[in-house]
Unconditional design. Sequence first.
Length: 137
Amino acid sequence: MNRSDLQALSRVRLKEARNLFRLRLYSGAYYLAGYSVECALKACIAKETQRFEFPEKARVLRSHVHKPSELLEVANLSGQFQLARQANSRLQASWNVVNNWSEQSRYKIWDQADADAMIKAVGQTRDGVLSWIKLHW
């Protein structure tokens, strides 16, 4: 899987989340919206990987996690994102929602409000987490 695959997958997962929400399948919508952010951050990590580079083992292992805050660090975007959140309280609020997501989210039942909050936190054009990440992938 390469960077463009991860970018495409991020877009597809958000689209799937929105469609599941319309069908009132809120748990799946919540999970896939969060997964969209994971794929986007992994695209940022892929961007940082140089062709023919033999990556450092620790970085590789840290890239295979499912926690947004950890992936942000591996992508070397934590500092920039912190500044962006300080300048935009709505982006901070979106991040607060997204940062609670994990791969374990698939084992919970999420309601309409949870799914709506996650989809908005991820996909809002101006203040969504995915919009900010796309500036760096």
